[in-house]
Design a protein around this ligand. Sequence first.
Ligand code: 0O2
Length: 205
Amino acid sequence: MDIYGHYHHSLIQIQKLMMDRLESLNQQARDAGHAKLYEHLASRIKSNDSMIEKCQRKGYPVNTESALRRCHDAIGFRIICNFIDDIPRNLQALKNADWCTIVKEKDYITHAKPNGYRSYHVILDLTTPYEDVAGHTPGHYYVEIQLRTIAMDSWASLEHEMKYKHNIKDPERIGRELKKCANQLASCDIQMQTIRQLIHENDKE
Ligand code: 0O2
């Protein structure tokens, strides 16, 4: 089955719209003489199979309504930043934007997951020119944004890859090593932030 039905096309259009808007926020920061908001963006439409699996896992009926209204991550973006302090700057830019509303926030940076995962998640409610699953135009669509540093992103990619390797001999040991690595990367992020601050103070003198 195609869980998104004829809304798939709208998802692709909204992904493009969202990309333009995030790029424009970055440009506005640069034009105002500030440091760039983020290093790069990544985005995806959740695959049909992953969305079906998610609906089943959450106990939702497997249909378009669940995929677009009950689940909030059919459209997903990652905002990948150089420094930890860029994360609240991006958050503020999203809060100030008149084209979206933040409806949910999860701070896995202050409260890292037990495995070491760090990232700041927000769910946006976007008013779009496209019909939504309730039949309204302009339509409401959710977009999940994960804000993280380059270090947090590299860790998450590696850990994600490990999840799908089923022939691992000692998964507990790998879990411990990954967690150590997450903690070391978190210290590096703090050190990098300090270095940025020192360079900034040096420039002001
Ligand atoms: P993909 O590839 O991104 O689609 P909810 O319970 O509905 O509020 P949800 O979405 O079930 O929330 O869970 P959560 O933890 O807020 O966010 C899930 C997404 O965050 C995952 O999406 C991953 O992208 C990322 N994530 C969360 N925890 C981990 C982790 O421990 N390791 C890694 N590598 N990523 C994590 P999907 O659907 O798994 O994948």
